[in-house]
Structures are given as C-alpha cells and as structure tokens.
Design a protein around this ligand. Structure first.
Ligand code: GUN
Length: 280
C-alpha cells in the first residue's frame, strides 16, 4: 500500500505558484488578487477561509475577506460580488459555501463573473467542464486529478466509483474522470446497494461527510481509494469517510485524512487564481 501524500504535493505547488507570482510582479507588475466572501459564523467555514487567506499570503497574492453576518440580505451579497467583478485588482472571487438558508446559493454563484470564478461553480464553467473545454474546474476534484497524475495513476479505462453527487465534489469529479476516459459510476444517498458498486471498482472516490462509510469489505483487493471527507469527531479527531485502518490494508494507493485531498483543494485555488491573473 502506498500513501498519497497530498500535503507534500500541495507544498510543491505552493512553491511553483510563489515563483510564478514573483515573475508576474517583476515582468508585468501584476499581483494576483483573491476576494473571499464569508457569510455567517459556521466554524468550519471560518477555519477554511482562514487557511485560504494564509495560503494567499504565503505565495504573495493580494487577498481580501468580506465577512458578513448571517442576517445579511441576498442583495447586499450580490452588491459585494458586483463590486469584486469590477475591481481590477481581483482575479478570483470565492463565496464560501454553505450559505444561510434564506440565501439562494445558485443565484449568488450566477452573479460571479465566470472569468473570476476560481471555484468553478458558475453554470458557464460547469458547462465547459461537462463539454471538456478549458475553464475553471472546482478545486477539490481538480486536486484529486493532480494527485493521481503525480503518482502515475491514469484513470483511462478504469472502473471508478464516485460516492457522493454534490455540485462541489461528486459531479465535477465524475466529469473530470469521464473526460480522462474512465468508466464512471456515481452513487448517492438513494443508491440501493452502495457496496455492489464500490466493491467492483478499480478506484473508489468518496466525499459525503460520513465518517467510516467505506469499510474493508466494500473495496476490492488492490483498489485505489481517495478520501475527500473531512469529519470532526466528538473526540476532536479529524477523520475521512473511509475506515482507514482496515481499508488501507487492501489498497494499492490511499489518501490519508488529514494530509490528503484537503491541502490540494487550497493548492488548486491558488493555481486557478494565478491562471486568472495571467489572463489579465
Ligand atoms: N465549501 C466546501 N468546499 C468548498 C469549496 O471548495 N469552495 C467553496 N467556496 N465553498 C466550499
């Protein structure tokens, strides 16, 4: 079994982005800029946004975080996004999800200029990904593709089971794999027999937020297992959606939590923002 070290890979990407930022500054006088919009006081969202801001600082980006109370109106959020759309120092706009119930997240995401949509959640970029065209790709599934490539794993022809069908993870993950010529099965909360699908797969990719969902008897010998879940247990421990201690014994490759996909999500956010800045 080989562990896929997302943290080490993410650090290499941070270094590469940092160097390119220095070059952009010197040659074109451009400092990539990211605007983050954070609504409400969800502790996990606050923690993620803090990590994103810290990563921006590390590679030399300009970044601003607009923190708003959860009593804010949809129109006020939209006005902030429009301001960022028109701000020439901003190359990337990210609205941290989930948003409070009274806000229509789909409406919010549609307001972001697709050229600054570094999360790849705007329907324009979702369409581009589906059609196999170049656009912004959501950071978590993009990070998974980078990890596979770095470890010489080509999904072409593989049977891949994606567990979870969210717009943030499962659906874009499936599109990327399909574009890479894998045979993809997407399972979700209404799937009748999850094990029947996961146990046949050459690769299982799970991101649903259920600790220990994927057990040893659900994966075949030698399978590749990618764990996108991040769950905080009552004990304070951070675990994924895979029963790591038992599943890892059967795998050819597996990602740990923490230190697997998580750091790659932030690395891809930096990479997407740099990509946008280069197009200024
Ligand atoms: N919430 C959970 N994951 C993400 C992500 O990748 N981007 C944003 N904006 N919100 C999230």
């Amino acid at each position: 079994m080989q562990l896929i070290d997302g943290k080490a890979l993410a650090n290499r990407i941070h270094e590469k982005v940092g160097k390119e930022v220095d070059e952009l500054k010197q040659v074109r006088n451009i400092v990539p800029g990211l605007a983050v919009i954070l609504v409400g006081d969800d502790p996990a969202s606050h923690a993620y946004v803090k990590m994103k801001a810290k990563a921006c600082e590390k590679v030399g980006f300009y970044s601003i975080t607009h923190s708003m109370p959860d009593t804010i109106s949809q129109d006020e959020i939209i006005a902030t996004i429009e301001m960022m759309n028109n701000n020439p120092r901003i190359d990337g706009i990210l609205v941290q999800l989930p948003l409070p119930r009274h806000i229509d997240a789909n409406r919010i995401l549609e307001v972001i200029d697709p050229r600054k949509d570094v999360d790849g959640f705007h329907p324009f970029n979702v369409g581009k990904l589906t059609a196999g065209l170049d656009g912004f790709v959501p950071c978590t599934p993009l990070g998974v593709m980078h990890m596979l490539e770095a470890y010489g794993i080509d999904p072409k022809g593989m049977d891949v089971c994606v567990v979870g069908a969210s717009n943030i993870v499962g659906k874009p993950m499936a599109s990327l794999l399909l574009n890479a010529n894998a045979t993809v099965t997407i399972t979700h909360i209404f799937t009748k027999d999850l094990k029947a699908h996961t146990s046949k797969a050459d690769m299982v990719i799970v991101g649903v937020g259920v600790p220990g969902l994927i057990k040893e008897d659900m994966v075949k010998e030698g399978a590749i297992v990618i764990d996108i879940g991040i769950n905080r247990l009552e004990s304070g421990a951070l675990v994924g959606d895979v029963d790591f201690a038992n599943v890892s014994k059967k795998c050819s490759y597996i990602t740990p939590v923490p230190g697997g996909v998580g750091p790659m999500t932030i690395a891809m956010l930096l990479d997407n923002t740099l990509k946008s800045a280069k197009k200024r």
